[in-house]
Design a protein. Sequence first.
Length: 198
Amino acid sequence: MSGNKPVTQPPGAGLPRLEQAFLSTTFKCATAVLSDRRAMALFNKETDRLLRFAKDDESYDISAPLLIPRVIGIEDSSRNWSVLMVLEHLCMVNSDILTAIGLLLNGESPEYVLATKDYKPSPDAGYDVIQKFEQVNSDYVGNVESLIQSRGSLRSSARYEHPWFGPLDAHQWHCLAAIHQRIHRRQTQKIVAMLGVT
């Protein structure tokens, strides 16, 4: 590359058609059998793993973007991120999913049209994003667990459109938060591996 910025598809280009169709079918099947509490357990597990990549080892640079082979479930434009950029992206997504879940359970839906291009992190994401990630995820867990306890289920009649998976209810958005966290943990793992850390 000789110092030039890697060329990737533009933000919002989406996934390859066959991959998107496969993931959409797999996702809908997963949300049919995944309980709210099991989705929360997965969300927490992946949060912990992501934080270990961000905190436990100072032998690699978590602030430098690194071009990696594309991970299933992420757009081509998202494969030149740093570990801190991944965390910033997850802060944005998890905050908005929490808002969507609250609205859907009240029979409402967010008014804005969701676009993946609006959730791209800054290449200048700093170390303060680690604390923000911890806080956003703590807020998510506390609020969603409270909703599960008070309502018994996150299933809702109201739906909100995801650009790849179509209209989703609150339970499906919660499942997506957990699965999305896992996808980006795999991305982070690949970044760290390419930095030569095992």
